[in-house]
Design a binder for this molecule. Structure first.
Ligand SMILES: NC(=O)c1ccc[n+]([C@@H]2O[C@H](COP(=O)([O-])OP(=O)(O)OC[C@H]3O[C@@H](n4cnc5c(N)ncnc54)[C@H](O)[C@@H]3O)[C@@H](O)[C@H]2O)c1
Ligand SMILES: O=c1ccn([C@@H]2O[C@H](COP(=O)(O)OP(=O)(O)O[C@H]3O[C@H](CO)[C@@H](O)[C@H](O)[C@H]3O)[C@@H](O)[C@H]2O)c(=O)[nH]1
Length: 434
């Protein structure tokens, strides 16, 4: 199949590369010419394990192309995927300006009948809006069929997830378009769930909102565990053994971040409000998460009283390991609070420092290793559970820090291990050790 993918971020690029890998002829289009240049040379502009190798392979085999020119990108396409961003507006809605622009780009540059597939996460009704925008431009000249095909990949495992997803959701009112999408995706060997457009659009928001709810729920349980001297890890384990609950997404921590859960939960609250539905449950999920992100700071403030002049080692900056994505990372809130309180933040992340520099306060100092960050620190904040953070022995903290006081936002160390070392250790939902 001849496919064009518009937008080459985490979703568009991974989708385009993987579709080419299963044999399709794919042209990826992005308005950012510097990204297009990089990609033509076989380099992904984002960090995503396994992506560069797969890109090079499919470029070399003549199935994968890149352009900044929509007309050129659509010239052979039978199917066009929309994979541009849908960020959050000031009032929490999904900002559809990039999707609208792509619909116009399609209408103005298409040269045949098209199936248009929306991969971007969009509010219910958006696929219909995309069809209207395109049809208004092309009138009766070409036929456009739309399919909602929400994406469920996770950053850091995006390539793996594309080949091993639990399901592929496709929603359309056109049987023909659904059959084409089934045909395109068959080589992935993943179960395909077909539904109507609006339900497909809702499945994406409902899935993210449910996962976010699981996280906020376990974080509330963790906060209770601390007050009641229970251990949230054992609680989550015991809960998760019930198949109806499931063990996944019950890891207590410093809240969910990233480019999706925060914006999609907030967008769903707005979507509900437009039909006069007060989504109280989800509002609480968001509120719990906002508080949770501050937890390490609150714990440190309680421990030290005054944080002014304290040197804090911040270990990990990305919103989760194996990504360079800083969108809605807990490190943003934490470093702002620490800097405002007069603390000195010395930060380390294996991949995300370049992106972090654009977002974190100017006062934050960046170093090249866990060890350098720990050197002379009054306390360490474990913010992202990178392997190299988890694998740094507690001896190293004792040797390098001014005082080995650890605030672990990701429960990287077992309490048994911590008992073996003369460190002060505060984690999430587990008893502190002094
Ligand atoms: N990031 C994820 O893990 C993830 C997972 C599932 C779904 N989603 C959803 O997928 C969508 C894309 O997310 P992302 O993180 O990949 O976005 P992103 O911001 O990383 O990338 C978007 C890309 O689109 C390009 N672009 C914008 N307007 C364009 C236009 N008119 N023509 C061509 N290119 C254009 C931008 O230059 C950018 O490279 C969002 O709706 C998001 O909610 C994201
Ligand atoms: O038990 C858990 C699981 C996750 N998190 C946090 O939740 C956030 C999101 O993690 P994850 O879901 O692994 O990453 P994303 O790449 O944001 O992926 C989510 O968001 C994507 C965009 O919509 C969806 O496609 C994916 O299915 C969905 O998992 C991160 O801050 C994690 O630290 C926890 O705190 N506890």
């Amino acid at each position: 199949m001849q496919i064009a993918v518009v937008g080459t971020g985490y979703v568009g690029l991974v989708t385009g590369v993987c579709l080419s890998d299963i044999g399709h002829h794919v042209t990826c289009i992005d308005i950012d010419e510097s990204k297009v240049e990089l990609m033509r040379d076989g380099h992904a502009p984002i960090y995503e394990p396994g992506l560069d190798e797969l890109m090079k392979k499919n470029i070399d085999q003549g199935r994968l192309f890149f352009t900044a020119n929509h007309r050129e990108g659509f010239s052979e396409a039978e199917v066009v995927y929309i994979a541009v961003g849908t960020p959050q507006t000031e009032n929490g809605e999904a900002d559809l300006r990039f999707v609208d622009q792509v619909a116009k780009d399609i209408g103005n540059n298409m040269n045949r009948n098209l199936v248009v597939v929306t991969k971007s996460t969009v509010p219910v009704g958006t696929n219909e809006r995309v069809k209207q925008i395109i049809s208004k431009i092309v009138k009766d000249k070409y036929e456009v069929e739309v399919v909602s095909n929400p994406e469920f990949l996770r950053e850091g495992t995006a390539v793996y997830d594309t080949f091993h997803g639990d399901r592929i959701v496709i929603g359309s009112d056109s049987e023909r378009a659904l059959a084409i999408l089934e045909e395109i995706n068959r080589p992935f060997g993943i179960p395909i769930f077909k539904t109507d457009i609006r339900s497909a659009e809702m499945i994406k928001y409902a899935s993210n909102a449910f996962l976010a709810t699981k996280i906020s729920f376990i974080n509330e349980i963790a906060n209770l565990c601390e007050k009641l001297s229970a251990n949230v890890e054992d609680v989550a384990m015991g809960m998760g053994m019930d198949d109806r609950i499931g063990s996944k997404f019950l890891k207590a921590g410093i809240g969910y971040g990233g480019s999706c859960f925060p914006k999609d939960t907030s967008a769903l609250v707005q979507i509900a409000s437009f039909v006069k539905h007060d989504f109280n449950l989800l509002k609480s999920v968001i509120e719990v998460n906002n508080d949770q992100r501050l937890l390490l700071f609150e714990k440190a403030k309680e421990r030290f009283g005054d944080l002014s002049g304290k040197q804090i080692a911040m270990l990990g900056l990305a919103f989760k390991p194996n990504t360079d994505d800083m969108r809605e990372a807990a490190s943003i809130t934490l470093s702002r609070e620490l800097v405002n309180a007069g603390a000195k933040v010395v930060a380390y992340d294996p991949i995300a420092i370049n992106n972090a520099k654009k977002i974190l306060p100017n006062e934050v100092e960046y170093v090249d290793s866990v060890e350098e960050a720990l050197h002379g620190a009054d306390a360490a904040f474990i913010v992202t559970e990178w392997d190299e953070v988890k694998n740094t022995n507690l001896d190293v903290y004792i040797k390098l820090m001014k005082s080995p006081i650890i605030f672990d936002g990701r429960n990287c160390f077992s309490l048994d291990k911590v008992e073996e070392y003369p460190v002060e250790y505060h984690s999430i939902g587990r008893p502190s050790k002094y």
